[in-house]
Design a protein around this ligand. Structure first.
Ligand code: UD1
Ligand code: CA
Length: 452
């Protein structure tokens, strides 16, 4: 059995935020969720997140993804692991992970457990840094085993010169971990229980502590403030963008393309600069997303073109052209082969196959059939100030320009609503509704008016 314990109880004072540190997002996904997902990818069948500061917020957000252990008060990383009592009696391996290293990958976690064998019952992920700053320093013996980790605040000037640091990511033999935790004491500069003290405790018992040096320092960088958060975003964005490019997605300028961690993109799709795709969005194959589009929880089909548009919680099926400057929101579904043009807003609307809505229009709370043509400047009047009502436009209907459809109203199959009409009644199938004043022409008045 493999378990993971994620230490996430600290406030993260240097973030200057009320939000618990691990709830800050990297590529639109919280740090803690990244680590939970990577732990599972590395084979952890049980993930326990140790929470304390702001625990309600983390518990609510992650309740479907992890178990929790409450640490109150927070007396250090060793004390944090002690709280994960539900893991105490398990056999097998346990990953222990600082909650503030969001870019960590499952491959690196796996490389740690591979070293856990024989008499090596703890393995530490280390990194060699040019500027080891405030990290804990790693001391090794002549065989490469770790004999000690010294916290920065407890370092002598000489020890501060060591440039191999502890990343705060470990693999343990679970029984060894829990049977030695209680030996940790808090006699140090911060009066905390350090998980890192286990190194000396195990060494005293003749148990070896191994180390794996990280291949990529950016992957293991801790996030303690907003500057480091931005760096983690860059690292993660680069990784995500390179992944999609290797899957056959064309990014015109990957440095200016923002793709969330949970987004899916099909082959031969091209994404222009200044595009942001967030949440559980998916983009089909052969689609083009032109600049300045912002997609959140958007499902886009194959061979579409999306131009400078905002799409949230909505779906666009295959071969549609959307925008420039369209706004589709709140569970709208646009069927295939549609053209939705400039300054068109859809809210909570189903728009049928091969229809058109090309300019300056608001369609809200509506069910529109297939082969419907919606003219320029059409408004579904769905709200009377108190309640919302639906508009139904059936297959083949033609809605002229500048029409108001006062909901609830139904326009039947192949019916026509003449331009400039304000329709307050249903229009039967095949009929034409004209609801506007008749025009009167006054001979010569135009010239007279201009010369006045
Ligand atoms: C820790 C390590 C240090 C290492 C560094 C890497 C210890 C004693 N030191 O130091 O060797 O170089 O990480 O980033 O472990 N946490 C709890 N409960 C607590 C204290 C911390 O859950 O009581 C959590 C925090 O929320 C955080 C993680 O543990 O996610 C690390 O805590 P932090 O205080 O940032 O540790 P460092 O001082 O950075
Ligand atoms: Ca830290």
């Amino acid at each position: 059995m493999k378990q993971a314990i994620i230490m996430a109880a600290g406030k993260g004072t240097r973030m200057q935020s009320e939000l618990p540190k691990v709830m800050h997002k990297v590529c639109q996904k919280t740090m803690v969720e990244h680590l939970i997902d990577q732990s599972k990818l590395a084979g952890a069948t049980r993930v326990v997140t140790v929470v304390g500061y702001g625990h309600e917020i983390i518990e609510e957000a992650m309740k479907d993804k992890t178990e929790f252990a409450l640490q109150e008060p927070q007396l250090g990383t060793g004390h944090a692991v002690m709280q994960a009592k539900q893991c105490e009696n398990e056999d097998g391996e346990t990953l222990v992970i600082n909650g503030d290293c969001p870019c960590l990958t499952s491959e690196t976690l796996t490389s740690l457990t591979e070293v856990l064998k024989g008499n090596t019952k703890m393995v530490i992920l280390t990194a060699v840094l040019e500027d080891p700053s405030a990290y804990g320093r790693v001391v090794r013996d002549e065989n490469g085993y770790v004999t000690k980790i010294i916290e920065f605040k407890d370092c002598t000037e000489e020890e501060k010169k060591i440039n191999e640091i502890n990343t705060g990511i470990y693999a343990f033999d679970n029984k060894t971990l829990f049977s030695n935790l209680t030996d940790i004491q808090n006699k140090n500069a911060q009066s905390e229980y350090y998980i890192t003290d286990l190194v000396e405790i195990l060494n005293r018992k003749g148990i070896q502590v191994g180390a794996v040096q990280a291949m990529d320092n950016d992957e293991v960088a801790g996030v303690n403030d907003k500057v480091e958060l931005a760096k983690a975003n860059q690292t993660m964005q680069k990784r995500i963008n390179e992944y999609w490019m290797k899957q056959g997605v064309t990014l015109i300028n990957p440095d200016a393309t923002y793709i969330g961690a949970d987004v899916e993109i099909g082959k031969e799709t091209t994404i222009y600069p200044n595009v942001t795709i967030e949440g559980k969005s998916s983009i089909g194959a052969g689609t083009t997303i032109l600049p300045n589009s912002f997609l959140v929880n958007a499902k886009i089909g194959n061979k579409c073109t999306i131009d400078s548009s905002r799409i949230s919680d909505s779906e666009v099926k295959d071969e549609c052209t959307i925008g420039p400057f369209a706004h589709l929101r709140m569970h709208s579904v646009v069927d295939s082969k549609n053209r939705i043009g400039n300054f068109v807003e859809f809210k909570n609307t189903n728009f049928g196959y091969d229809s058109r809505c090309a300019h300056l229009t608001y369609i809200g709370d509506s069910d529109v059939g297939s082969k419907v043509n919606i003219g320029c400047g059409v408004v579904t009047v769905n709200y009377d100030g108190k309640n919302k009502f639906r508009t139904v436009i059936k297959d083949g209907a033609f809605i002229g320009s500048n029409v108001n459809l006062i909901a609830p109203v139904t326009v039947g199959e192949n019916a026509v609503v003449a331009a400039g009409s304000t329709a307050t009644k249903d229009v039967p199938a095949g009929d034409m509704a004209i609801a506007r004043c008749r025009q009167e022409n006054k001979p010569g008045y135009g010239t007279k008016y201009k010369n006045k």
